[in-house]
Design a binder for this molecule. Structure first.
Ligand SMILES: *Cc1c(COP(=O)(O)O)cnc(C)c1O
Length: 485
């Protein structure tokens, strides 16, 4: 039986169902597996030809007990989660001819065209499965500055057990992203555009954090969250590393490099888990933009919060990489006490200086860099020009630019897989800038779902930031009452 514990060590080991339903551990820590399962080399060899769904079934079976979800149920949940992807391979890997051995793994073929779809569909389907079994329901509350809201809304649309409330700072996300939330014809999706958010998404997070801290309210509304700290999302994010690995290697056992555009460290933590399980990864490139919290930790062991900068790769404009605590937990030898101390220091002072031993443990198997907007834009332009019009979105461009910048540190024969986390159609302004376009976008920067959403009603609630708490309580209580009638 696989059990999960809190990074802070304050809760008894729990099963998968409880961990998914709870989100955060009751002691304020993050859930991690008590033991990371190991995959033998022969097993890797056997898995190497599996399609995405079958591979996901094998990997997730190592974390989810059959008594919680049976084999047939897990297969069905996975099928329903990935049948919405429009590419037959789910995650195609394409060679990028600019350098030998360079590949792009496209993680953006899900319903809302971003990497967030990789895990959100499965996570919401799991939640729905558990809630149906219990005969209960939840209100999901999500704040988004881009891709999480659309992914959560699409995954939840039409689910009888879920009301999904997505809040976004109006005018601070792209119109394409806004329409992905407001044009859904599903009565259980509630998009809320909030005006006057002077601190962007942080203002929304603050309201949500306070609602979650109110135990009475949390219980009455059966509040739940699908943010990136939920264990289920991290777990599913291991699968694409295995799948991408098998697509590029000549022989299983060969080591590869993954370059990952990183914000909250959820994607990279999935990679770290995959490697710890036994996937032969030479190194991970942690690719930051100007918000370089992770790059600073990897270079100097200093975990500090700096002011947020707006960049063209907005999905990684993140100053507190929450999932890094999970990594620190393992890098410190599962030392609950150290994690508790560091988390409380970080809360008090906004920074933690790791000791030299932990710093050197943290650096093992990772290299990092930060990429400027100019480098991102010129990388989009260069790849478009030199590789037959192939378009990178700004996040994939950060990964490719980072792999380029650090290439002198790699063995030139080692294959490099850059993770493309969004479809270029979500970021038309960056594409226009890179290609110096005034007129129409190239076909590769368009997508039929984005075009279709331009011709649909938008349905959203709106309010000013200072009314948000009151208005949200009122609306959520009213809807919760309707559901019990
Ligand atoms: C969320 C996101 C990322 C960052 O992933 P983390 O797990 O937060 O590091 C990168 N690119 C895009 C497009 C995203 O939506």
């Amino acid at each position: 039986m696989t059990h999960f514990v809190s990074t802070k060590g304050g809760v008894a080991p729990l099963d998968f169902e409880t961990v998914v339903l709870q989100g955060y551990a009751a002691d304020g820590g993050l859930f991690v597996p008590e033991v990371i399962p190991q995959v033998a080399p022969e097993k890797l060899q056997q898995w190497s030809g599996l399609n995405f769904e079958d591979l996901a079934f094998e990997i997730l079976s190592l974390f989810i007990d059959r008594s919680i979800i049976s084999a047939d149920e897990l297969k069905l949940l996975l099928h329903n989660s990935f049948k919405t992807f429009e590419h037959p391979q789910v995650v195609p890997v394409v060679p990028l001819g600019t350098r030998r051995g360079l590949h792009v793994m496209e993680l953006f073929h899900g319903p809302t065209l971003s990497f967030k779809d990789m895990a959100m569909g499965f996570m919401v389907n799991c939640l729905d499965f558990f809630l149906q079994k219990k005969g209960s329901r939840v209100s999901l509350l999500v704040a988004t500055t881009g891709d999480t809201g659309p992914a959560a809304a699409h995954a939840s649309a039409g689910k009888q057990t879920i009301d999904c409330w997505v809040l976004y700072p109006r005018g601070m996300i792209s119109e394409e992203q806004e329409r992905q939330m407001t044009t859904l014809e599903a009565p259980n999706i509630h998009a809320i555009g909030v005006d006057g958010c002077l601190n962007g998404g942080d203002d929304l997070d603050w309201v949500i954090t306070r609602m979650f801290a109110d135990e009475g309210l949390k219980k009455r509304l059966q509040l739940s969250s699908v943010n990136s700290i939920n264990w289920c999302r991290v777990m599913v994010q291991t699968v694409h590393y295995f799948f991408g690995y098998f697509r590029v290697v000549d022989t299983v056992g060969e080591r590869v490099i993954f370059s990952v555009p990183s914000g909250a460290f959820g994607n990279l933590f999935g990679g770290y888990l995959a490697r710890t399980m036994g996937l032969p990864v030479e190194t991970f490139v942690c690719a930051n933009n100007d918000n370089a919290t992770l790059h600073r930790i990897f270079s100097s062991g200093k975990f500090e919060k700096k002011e947020l900068k707006q960049t063209v790769s907005s999905a990684i404009d993140i100053v507190i990489p929450y999932n890094f605590w999970r990594y620190l937990y393992f890098a410190s030898g599962c030392d609950h006490n150290k994690i508790r101390q560091w988390m409380s220091d970080f809360q008090d002072r906004g920074e933690v200086q790791l000791d030299p031993h932990t710093t050197s443990e943290v650096k093992k198997g990772f290299i990092s860099t930060s990429i400027t907007d100019e480098q991102t834009i010129s990388t989009i332009a260069a790849v478009y020009k030199n590789h037959g019009g192939y378009l990178l979105d700004p996040h994939a461009a950060v990964a490719v630019a980072a792999a380029d910048k650090l290439s002198s540190e790699f063995n030139p024969d080692t294959k490099v897989v850059c993770l493309a986390t969004a479809h270029p159609a979500k970021f038309p302004d960056a594409i226009r800038k890179a290609l110096a376009l005034d007129g129409p976008l190239p076909e590769g920067a368009k997508h039929k779902s984005i075009e279709a959403a331009k011709n649909l009603f938008q349905r959203c609630r709106s309010c000013d930031c200072h009314q948000l708490t009151h208005a949200l309580h009122h609306a959520m209580e009213s809807v919760a009452k309707l559901r019990t009638m």
